[in-house]
Each structure stands twice: as structure tokens, then as C-alpha cells.
Ligand binder design. Structure first.
Ligand SMILES: NC(=O)c1ccc[n+]([C@@H]2O[C@H](COP(=O)([O-])OP(=O)(O)OC[C@H]3O[C@@H](n4cnc5c(N)ncnc54)[C@H](O)[C@@H]3O)[C@@H](O)[C@H]2O)c1
Length: 294
């Protein structure tokens, strides 16, 4: 896929990263978020992230300016009518995603590629009520999008080969690596990663080792770049609970069921790095292990 007009719906953590990656790759990008207050926040996040790429020598100052110019925030879904590709990164709940695609189908051309960034919902469930379900695929990016090289390209039972090819070409154009996966809850990465993270919490509950020892063990003994509790804090404990629940609902296997400690921490507002506290306290200069009363 050469330079195209990309629409991004949802300007949160993922949407702002996807918009940035597309703009850096040379695409014009229109971003819509139903919460107008999010626009300034997203713009700030993108500016800061582009700035860091320049500092690291990965982007020239001229390329930063050009990428910034290519991103425009638009107030209505109708503004996305001319887009060649629309990627959604809104809330991880089925009904709003279904409503979004139905609304977009009314405004976009029939050959516009639709892609969901869902982590765990089924792609085919999002096609309910669509006239052209064959053009909806999954493009599952990873956080932080500008740094993470992988995108899972998800084929639903209805996705057409043309839609899959367009998705693969788009991902390659972003300079990222695509893997294709079937529309099974969790796809590849979360299907394997989420039970590992939940097992780490269960090990802590059972007293197998302390949190810092479990993190050190997986770093030094298994060669992981960070331990499971640090990773849980990065991903967001609430996000992991939600994804675990959705995968559990699909397979009814207990290894996907979020353990009680994780639920209690989310109830306490300890959702990880984004809230300042999770398994670690991130508010100081260096992360400090939280006292969880275990
Ligand atoms: N956080 C991650 O690590 C991660 C990784 C991969 C995929 N995802 C998926 O990406 C999606 C977004 O996740 P996020 O972490 O960026 O969420 P987020 O809460 O940071 O952002 C969601 C944004 O969507 C906006 N929004 C909600 N409903 C909308 C609607 N109907 N129309 C327009 N805008 C709407 C919100 O105002 C918010 O700004 C979810 O489906 C999530 O599962 C998340």
C-alpha cells in the first residue's frame, strides 16, 4: 500500500501511537475521538514521542515537522468519509465497536479497509449488521506503538483475501513485522502472555517467591527483558483483568481467570504505571515494590 489517507478512531494510548506511526511512514492521518478533551492530550503525547525519536537520532527534525503536519484531529465521524483505511482504537467493549463500524459504513466508500485494534474481542462479532463484513480485519498493535515492531493481522471467517493483503501491505509500509492469526480470542501474543502473567500473580499469592524475586528470576533465568510484575504494571492491571475475563469467557479454562489479588488491586485503583501504583510504586525516581499485605 502506497501513501494513503488513514483514519484513526480513538486518540488514547493506542490510537495516538497508531496515528504517529502512520504519519511517520508518510501517510496523511485523520484522528477522531468522541471526547474532544482528548485531542490536546493526544497531540501532546505524539509531540513528546516524536521528540524522543529525534533525540535518539531515529528521526530528523525535518521528518518530525512533516509527520506532525500530516496528523489532523477531526470533530465528526463523517470527516473520515474519504479515508482509504480506518483503524479503531476505542474502548474494549463490543457494543460501541459494533455501533462505530455501522456508523462508518454509512460514511465511507465500500472499498475502505476497516481494521480493529481489539486485544481480545472477536473480529467477526464486530461485523454484526454490516453490509460489507469482508473488509473488516484485525490490526493488533502493541504498546508503545512507535517502538513495538509487531502487528498481528487477524483474519475473521468473513475477512476477504484482498482485505488481508491490504492489511499486510499497510503494516509492511509502517516498517513493522506482521504475523497473521485466526480470529481466536487472545490471538497469538495474549493467548500465551496473559496466562503467564496470571500464573505469576498466583505464584505470588501462594508464596512461591517474593514479587521482586519472581521478577528477577524471569529476567535472569528466562532471559525476559522485564519480569512479569513489571510487565503487568506496564500493560495495566485493569487491562489484563479485562483481557483475561474475555479469553476465559471464550475457552472456560481456569488459567485465563484473573486471580483474586489482581482484582483487589484494580479495585484499590492500583492499575499500574498509568495510575502511579501497581505492583510497584512508580511515583518516585525509581520504582519501589509495593507493600501489599501478603
Ligand atoms: N493498552 C494496550 O496496551 C493495548 C494494546 C493493544 C490493543 N489495545 C486495544 O486498543 C483499544 C484502545 O485501547 P487504549 O489503551 O488506547 O484505550 P484508551 O482508553 O487509552 O483510549 C480509548 C479512546 O477512545 C475514545 N473513545 C471511546 N469510545 C469512542 C467512540 N465511540 N468514538 C470515538 N472515540 C471513542 C476515548 O475517549 C479514548 O480517548 C482497545 O480495544 C484495547 O483493547 C490496547
Amino acid at each position: 500500500m502506497t501513501q494513503v489517507l488513514v483514519g484513526v478512531v480513538g486518540a488514547g494510548l493506542m490510537g495516538s501511537g497508531i496515528a504517529q506511526a502512520a504519519a511517520v511512514a508518510g501517510h496523511e492521518v485523520l484522528v477522531h475521538d468522541s471526547n474532544g478533551a482528548q485531542w490536546n492530550h493526544a497531540r501532546g503525547v505524539i509531540e513528546a514521542s516524536l521528540g524522543k525519536l529525534v533525540e535518539k537520532g531515529k528521526l530528523t527534525p525535518e521528518a518530525l515537522l512533516a509527520a506532525r503536519e500530516r496528523i489532523r484531529f477531526v470533530p465528526t465521524l463523517e470527516d473520515l468519509a474519504p479515508c482509504d483505511v480506518v483503524i479503531e482504537a476505542i474502548v474494549e467493549t463490543l457494543a460501541p465497536k459494533q455501533a462505530l463500524w455501522q456508523a462508518l459504513e454509512k460514511v465511507c466508500r465500500t472499498d475502505t479497509l476497516f481494521a480493529t485494534n481489539t486485544s481480545s474481542l472477536s473480529v467477526v462479532d464486530q461485523t454484526i449488521g454490516l453490509q460489507h463484513p469482508e473488509r473488516l480485519i484485525g490490526l493488533h498493535f502493541f504498546n508503545p506503538v512507535p517502538m513495538m515492531p509487531l502487528v498481528e493481522v487477524v483474519r475473521s471467517v468473513q475477512s476477504s483475501p484482498q482485505a488481508m493483503l491490504a492489511g499486510l501491505e499497510f503494516v509492511a509500509g509502517l516498517g513493522k513485522t506482521a504475523v497473521t492469526t485466526r480470529d481466536e480470542s487472545g490471538f497469538i501474543v495474549n493467548l500465551l502472555l496473559v496466562p503467564y502473567l496470571l500464573d505469576a500473580v498466583r505464584a505470588l499469592e501462594r508464596g512461591v517467591g517474593s514479587m521482586t524475586d519472581i521478577d528477577a528470576a524471569m529476567k535472569l533465568g528466562a532471559g525476559h527483558p522485564m519480569g512479569p510484575f513489571t510487565l503487568l504494571d506496564f500493560v495495566g492491571l485493569d487491562t489484563v483483568v479485562k483481557i483475561g475475563e474475555i479469553i476465559f469467557d471464550q475457552y472456560r479454562e481456569t488459567r485465563y481467570a484473573p486471580p483474586p489479588l489482581l482484582r483487589r488491586m484494580v479495585a484499590a485503583g492500583y492499575t499500574g504505571k498509568k495510575s502511579g501504583k501497581g505492583f510497584y510504586d512508580w511515583t518516585g525516581d525509581v520504582p519501589a515494590a509495593m507493600e501489599l499485605g501478603l
